[in-house]
Design a protein around this ligand. Structure first.
Ligand code: PXL
Length: 286
């Protein structure tokens, strides 16, 4: 019997405010890929827009979980990491990759640490140094504009982002990661937002953007990266994977704006999943 494609998703669990594992698990599952969850931290809420959130570092659990999976002979087609509890967890991630990856396993690193020109609460330069190392192990990285600027030591620009700025970010990132670089939160012009992706091996590039809504939407980077990781593992081409993943994000944002749900709670991706699943099925001729 053919085994399902399987991803180990290594992110925090934030109980309220849809992001990280509470987004990765449903989106990866809806993509027809099995999602094994390896939590890095447990929080009452995410750290953007909530006060006094609880935070528990799950470092002590991470290697034992990975070792158990290895003992059980569980095979991973992808290892996809996001928000880490500390820069120190990067070393753990290297060890987990050593344990769980085989020669065909794709490593996807979302260097979650900052947005809108600022580090997230309680994170700083040590996280940036850690992510520079981790990106060196990755086949795919998905920084937003702020993270790309921090990783490359280039200035952060709010936008619009011209080709020269995007090329300088990609050029800097290609020194850290020699695979697919997908930069999120790109503003090609004042009215649109999307993703610019480059495969540094083939030179293929694409830009997928849609109409920008006002304000900040938590968890949309996780939504994009989860879909992209799953679709590429299933064998989608870069352009199709980026397009379908950005459509999932823009439709989720559109529904959130129409319903007027609080921004910090995360976007209404649940309501956008039926269209997403239809597009995925069409792409793979199911
Ligand atoms: O969506 C990124 C993210 C993930 N995890 C936690 C966060 C954030 C963004 O604020 O706070 C805990």
């Amino acid at each position: 019997m053919e085994d399902l494609i399987r991803i180990a998703a290594i992110h925090d669990i934030s109980g309220v405010g849809k992001c990280s594992l509470t987004v990765a698990l449903p989106v990866i599952s809806a993509s027809g890929v099995e999602c094994a969850c390896l939590p890095t931290a447990l929080l009452s809420t995410h750290t953007g827009g909530f006060e006094n959130f609880t935070f528990s570092d799950l470092s002590a659990e991470m290697l034992p979980i990975a070792r158990h999976w290895k003992e059980e002979g569980i095979i991973f087609d992808g290892i996809y990491s996001g928000y880490l509890a500390s820069a120190k967890q990067e070393e753990m991630l290297e060890e987990i990759i050593g344990l769980l990856a085989n020669k065909d396993t794709k490593i996807i690193v979302d260097p979650v640490m900052a947005d809108n020109g600022k580090y997230y609460s309680n994170l700083g330069h040590d996280m940036c140094l850690a992510f520079r190392r981790l990106c060196g192990r990755a086949h795919i990285i998905t920084p937003n504009i702020t993270e790309a600027a921090l990783l490359t030591d280039l200035p952060y620009m709010e936008g619009p982002h011209d080709e020269e700025y995007l090329s300088s970010l990609v050029n800097g990132l290609s020194k850290l990661c020699c695979g697919v670089i997908a930069i999120t939160g790109v503003r090609p012009d004042r009215d649109s937002i999307g993703v610019y992706a480059v495969d540094t091996k083939t030179g293929e590039s694409c830009l997928s953007a849609s109409r920008a809504e006002e304000g900040v939407f938590c968890g949309t980077g996780d939504l994009f990266a989860s879909a992209l990781a799953a679709l590429i593992l299933r064998g989608a081409g870069l352009k199709d994977a980026v397009e379908i993943s950005t459509l999932l994000v823009s439709e989720s944002i559109g529904r959130t704006v129409r319903r007027g749900t609080p921004r910090r709670n995360g976007v209404d991706f649940e309501g956008a999943l039926p269209n997403y699943i239809r597009r995925v099925a069409e792409l793979f001729g199911e």
